[in-house]
Ligand binder design. Sequence first.
Ligand code: NDP
Length: 453
Amino acid sequence: MNGAAAMPYDFDLFVIGAGSGGVRAARIAASHGASVAIAEEYRVGGTCVIRGCVPKKLLVYGAHFAEDLKDARRFGWNVPDCDFDWTVLRNNVLADVDRLEGMYGNTLESHNVRLFRERATITGVHSVTLASGRAITAKYILIATGAWPMLPEIEGAEHGITSNEVFHLDECPRRVVIAGGGYIANEFAGIFNEFGAHVTLVNRSDQMLRGYDAQIRDRLLQISLSKGINFRFNAPLERVGKREDGTLRVHIRDGDPIDCDLLIFATGRRPKSDELGLEDVGVELDGKGAIRVDDHSRTSVESIYAVGDVTDRVQLTPVAIREGHAFADTVFGGNPRTVDYGCIPSAVFSHPPIAAVGMTEAEARDRLGAVKVYTSDFRAMKNVLAGRDERALYKMVVDAATERVVGLHMIGPDAPEILQAAAVAVKAGLTKQAFDDTIALHPSMAEELVLLR
Ligand code: NDP
């Protein structure tokens, strides 16, 4: 408790942005007894719930039926030729987003967090002003405004869309160009390819999914090519033209232009720190516009904190949630704590998905010197019967000096589901021997992790 009643402020905490980090911080601060308000200019839930992880994952499920329906025939099901109706999936996904938004709103309400559905800007070290003109004071302000898609500055960029708009398309495009080679590019390449679109991923360099293990990335590239996704590497976009029939022509450096019906920019996200009044009150930003914070998420102004993508530490929802929770425990719960950024598992929901935790082989060699690498390159039982060539690849990176597993990298069906459990072992610092000592659960794909030789 913080003695809120005696405070000369309207609220103990004012949160700007009701996304994953902001909502968690608001709820936990309120449960510690703080009086809390939160402002949201768009929809409660933030990027993850409204136009990110959640609707994307539902589209991934929807897309996978294209393969499942085909494979089902090999398993004896008499599947007729099936059509796909984008509008049915889109509407069902958007309805689920509405449901989740409602749940987020209920959580805030049940914790007595006052929700202002409007934009807030910081007008003092303890004050914010809402779009309606109302001024509010708070002992602490938390900025949790997230990040925003970044577009290359090229002629005709306005003809493309971003992941913000992709969930609302009127129809499923026939030909899609996706600019970028990261998470969003690979995930939507898989989704639209499964829906039957002709997909071309255009990347400025010759590497995609930087940060993931090279062998795993290469496997995704091979499988994506075999599924019919086209790639143009070392192909920075030069300009985009709109033709009379409404279609787009995407011009790239050193290559033929590509005609398409939809261009999606998936070229990274920038912290959403503009026009918040930060400079006026002395909140420092880095060169990319990210709010600089200390280990406790405190900015250069004592009463102002920031969590999540706006700080550009690790742009992942569970990290923002941890940061929001740690902030609330620290400031309102009498339990100062920081977030441990080591061994954060992550996944790319491509077809098939990638999942990883810890160091890649290259990182481990750089940092540790001697490493041992174990791999299992196999065809999932399900794929064998389905007559699908696609091979999974699991890779374990071990510190040769200590025998500790320092990295796990996987591509294959359900890799994220398997990796989340295995990440506990890597985080706990277990050795390869500990994996070997565990008896396999047979038959499963996950058993490969304890059978690596
Ligand atoms: P990423 O950072 O994953 O990838 C950005 C891609 O765009 C890279 O290939 C990058 O190339 C390229 N790029 C950057 N700037 C330009 C430019 N000016 N012109 C052309 N290409 C450019 O970003 P995403 O947009 O895919 O996703 C944003 C973030 O959201 C991710 O970093 C991730 O943290 C999060 N996210 C997480 C997901 C998950 O957990 N499954 C899913 C979706 C998003 P280069 O490598 O050369 O820099």
